[in-house]
Unconditional design. Structure first.
Length: 337
């Protein structure tokens, strides 16, 4: 794959309905996932699980990029092939999560600010040398009593823009992830308001930092009801409100928007993506950057057992294909049978 410019890399990741497999869970998060299936989380078990995912037949043609955790970027398969090369062999590009987690926001202890700008340039140069083509940084925005505060939005979106500038100087594509959390009993309109405020501040900061938008990918939440809300919006309403939000705030020169699944089930995240692409009428590619919504069926099928690998790989391959079809507006629930 000869992809020399940031624009070429960003466009490749979302070409033809392809999306991103998010496999960048921190070790504690991966530990929780493994606990749910009774598997001990060790460096080897994490490697075996991710190697199994990356060798799945359905990676090819459906997955354009894989976000990795620091440990995984440095690992090799059981038979000595670097995981980076395994991913490249499947026609996908390796990426890396570069933020360093959340700290309480000064003056707003209920809210957080993502850390990791210190030393970021050096880390990015190393990651580029290890084969990473793109990076990811997640900002977390809460809806609740007096939240999100202006300070939370301002500081998190400025950090995303500062991160994006550093990453592009290291010749990698930044994936900017402003996640408005689903957790809470808020309405879809409250989610819409918070999402718009975030995107408005984000693109103002990116412009101020002279970030090349044509070599950037946005990874936003969808506009949904809160997970505890009594009134859950329909698939069509989520699709319509999300598109309305994006069209009002996202410049057309951005090549792709790859949604996070953010606690949605594997089926609903696919259905929402498909509904948006069936509506159409936008300039960017609308695709996926799913973690749990791609991995969960594979994890449940695997259970840490060698003999379950083919079933687990088939489960991941199926979800990857379903989401590719959704990113082209060609999915229907009958294909899930």
């Amino acid at each position: 794959m000869s992809l020399d410019t940031l624009e070429e890399i960003a466009n490749y990741i979302v070409s033809d309905g392809k999306g991103i497999l998010a496999a960048d869970e921190s070790n504690p998060t991966c530990g929780k996932r493994f606990d749910s299936i009774g598997v001990e989380s060790t460096e080897t078990s994490r490697r075996d699980y991710r190697e199994m995912l990356f060798r799945s037949e359905g990676m090819k043609g459906n997955i354009g990029g894989v976000i990795l955790f620091d440990e995984t970027l440095r690992q090799s398969s059981e038979d000595g092939v670097s995981l980076v090369n395994l991913i490249l062999d499947q026609g996908a590009l390796p990426g890396i999560k570069v933020d360093q987690g959340l700290q309480p926001l000064d003056g707003h202890p209920e809210e957080t600010l993502t850390q990791g700008l210190e030393g970021l340039g050096h880390r990015c140069d190393e990651y580029f040398g290890l084969g990473a083509k793109f990076t990811k940084w997640r900002a977390v925005i809460k809806i609740g009593d007096g939240m999100p505060s202006d300070q939370s939005i301002e500081e998190n979106m400025q950090a995303l823009a500062d991160y994006a500038k550093v990453v592009q100087q290291s010749n990698m594509v930044p994936v900017v992830e402003p996640e408005v959390l689903m957790e809470g009993d808020h309405t879809i309109d409250q989610c819409m308001d918070a999402s718009k405020r975030c995107l408005n501040a984000l693109f103002n900061s990116l412009e101020k930092n002279q970030v090349n938008l044509a070599g950037t990918i946005l990874k936003p939440n969808m506009v949904t009801s809160g997970s505890l809300s009594a009134n859950q919006a329909s698939i069509d309403e989520v699709a319509e409100k999300t598109l309305e939000c994006l069209k009002s705030e996202v410049p057309s020169d951005l090549p792709g928007i790859t949604f996070l699944s953010g606690g949605q089930s594997d089926l609903s995240s696919t259905a929402h993506l498909d509904a948006m692409n069936k509506i159409g009428g936008f300039d960017w590619k609308l695709s996926f950057s799913y973690g749990r919504a791609l991995q969960q069926p594979a994890l449940k099928a695997w259970l840490g057992k060698e003999e379950n690998k083919p079933a687990a790989q088939a489960a991941l391959s199926h979800r990857a294909l379903m989401n590719k079809l959704a990113a082209r507006g060609e999915w229907s629930e009958s294909l899930e049978k």
